[in-house]
Design a binder for this molecule. Structure first.
Ligand code: HEC
Length: 148
């Protein structure tokens, strides 16, 4: 009788642990996908800057803005189990992490405005600023290697 209860408890526990791990893995994949889209947007902007394709710069910059606004929610607390480069400091300094996401949204918004007014000097400066926000957040909050 006792053994059955223990076995039952054990099964429940493992099931809940693995569903938690699954949810974490899902969260990790979702945010990495969002980051990959940031990177694709940056690449598209780089090409568009060279060809003075202002419409594309504006669209892709707005895309980055949309992603940036979602960043804090893409990092649910404790989503550290799995193949991730997220550093625990994200959750220790969550205000600062969110501020970095806000900075990205702001920089991308300014890039979109610069593209809209076809101002090459401003486009170059704002594009550089976007890249700097990516790097500074990665420097503090992203590990060099995946956790597994
Ligand atoms: C608010 C902080 C923050 C900002 C801003 C940010 N990133 Fe990230 N980025 C991260 C973190 C943290 C990870 C690691 C996520 C993980 O592995 O779970 C990451 C991961 C990535 C990855 C790797 C994804 C993978 O599949 O492992 C790429 C590419 C990337 N970011 C590109 C960018 C680009 C480009 C920008 C700017 C347009 C940007 N990021 C802005 C925090 C940020």
């Amino acid at each position: 009788m006792q053994k059955t209860i223990i076995t039952g408890l054990f099964i429940l526990l493992t099931a809940s642990v693995s569903s938690q791990a699954f949810a974490q893995q899902e969260a990790i994949e979702k945010r990495q996908k969002a980051m990959k889209s940031n990177s694709a947007d940056v690449k598209a902007i780089k090409a568009a800057v060279e060809s003075k394709d202002y419409a594309t710069i504006e669209t892709k910059a707005k895309d980055i803005m949309g992603t940036a606004d979602k960043i804090p929610s893409l990092f649910p607390k404790g989503s550290t189990t799995g193949k991730t480069k997220a550093k625990p400091v994200i959750w220790e300094k969550s205000d600062e992490f969110a501020k970095n996401a806000k900075n990205l949204s702001k920089a991308a918004g300014e890039l979109a405005s610069a593209a809209k007014s076809k101002d090459d000097t401003a486009v170059a400066a704002k594009f550089k600023a976007v890249g700097e926000v990516c790097s500074s957040c990665h420097k503090e909050f992203r590990a060099d290697k995946y956790s597994e």
